[in-house]
Design a binder for this molecule. Structure first.
Ligand code: BEZ
Ligand code: FE
Length: 286
């Protein structure tokens, strides 16, 4: 029998993983165990601290529902979601960088006409978002589907706010035969990730705030191309350099230009001045 000591324990645990276990699962578990043991040793974790950590995870489970997953929020605010996104390598090959999906995506948003309007009755700063969907060499991708969602001027997404229609400020639209897309909407607002649960307690204990810079979410899909999930952030947002979930990338920080042209405004069904955001999405072949 192996005498278990603090120096032999990690190897003893690793030795229990069957050689026949799924190779990927085996690799993940070996690394996880090594890192967890290394972490406990590095900080010399006390029994009280471990009990506090277990209680924290228990409370995270208690706060979690299908609509509000506190574990995802922990992953987001600890940068794990963003790290996995960055490792997925969307930045390579000249494609548009990806960013985090976030918890407020709803499948099956209404399809509106290309050039359509999301403003409806929403108060806020109106503008247009337009551009093309194309490949890295500039070839247009006809008929790409853009799924678009954002928050309202009170900072809330429709799924968080009983006063908004379920589909407020969310839509899908098809780019035209030249890959061009356009829609009118309001400028999104900075907002806080939910901080009334354990993730919020953790953030505040670390001296961090829960704010995300304003952004518009996009999921762009086209047959023969990899799905792109991304966000565009106004570069003048006060939280652009301190996103609570680390989703901002330089290439996704964009200028919501002020357009004063009455003619342009009329062509979009807006009044001048309005914000004018032009952005081309570059997809990677599947
Ligand atoms: C969001 O983009 O809406 C979001 C992302 C991560 C955590 C919370 C919200
Ligand atoms: Fe968001």
């Amino acid at each position: 029998m192996t005498n278990i000591t603090k120096d032999t324990l990690t190897e003893a645990v690793l030795a229990t993983i069957a050689d026949e276990a799924d190779p990927r699962f085996r690799k993940i578990m070996i690394s996880l165990i090594k890192h967890m043991h290394g972490f406990v040793k590095e900080v010399d974790l006390s029994q009280d601290e471990w009990r506090t950590a277990i209680e924290f995870l228990y409370q995270t489970g208690e706060k979690t529902t299908r609509k509000r997953n506190e574990f995802i929020l922990l992953s987001d605010t600890l940068g794990v979601t963003s790290l996995i996104d960055l490792l997925s390598g969307q930045a390579t090959e000249g494609a548009t960088e990806s960013s985090v999906l976030g918890p407020f995506y709803v499948e099956g948003a209404p399809i509106i006409d290309n050039g359509g309007d999301l403003i409806g009755q929403n108060p806020g700063d109106p503008g247009v978002v337009h551009g093309r969907v194309m490949t890295a060499d500039g070839t247009e991708i006809p008929g790409a589907l853009l799924d678009i969602w954002q928050n309202a001027s009170n900072g809330l997404y429709s799924v968080e706010d009983p006063d908004q229609d379920d589909n407020n400020l969310r839509c899908r639209l098809h780019a035209d035969a030249d890959g061009a897309y356009s829609l009118t909407t309001i400028r999104p607002m900075p907002y806080t990730v939910p901080d009334d649960g354990p993730a919020g307690v953790m953030l505040h204990a670390m001296g961090r705030h829960p704010w995300r810079p304003a952004h518009i979410h996009f999921k762009v899909t086209a047959k023969g191309y990899q799905d792109l999930v991304t966000e565009l952030y106004p570069d003048d947002d006060r939280y652009i350099d301190e996103d609570a979930v680390f989703g901002v990338r330089d290439s996704l920080s964009v200028t919501f230009a002020r357009n004063e042209s009455e003619d342009d405004a009329r062509s979009y069904g807006l009044n001048a001045p309005f914000f004018d955001l032009k952005y081309d999405f570059i997809l990677r072949p599947a």
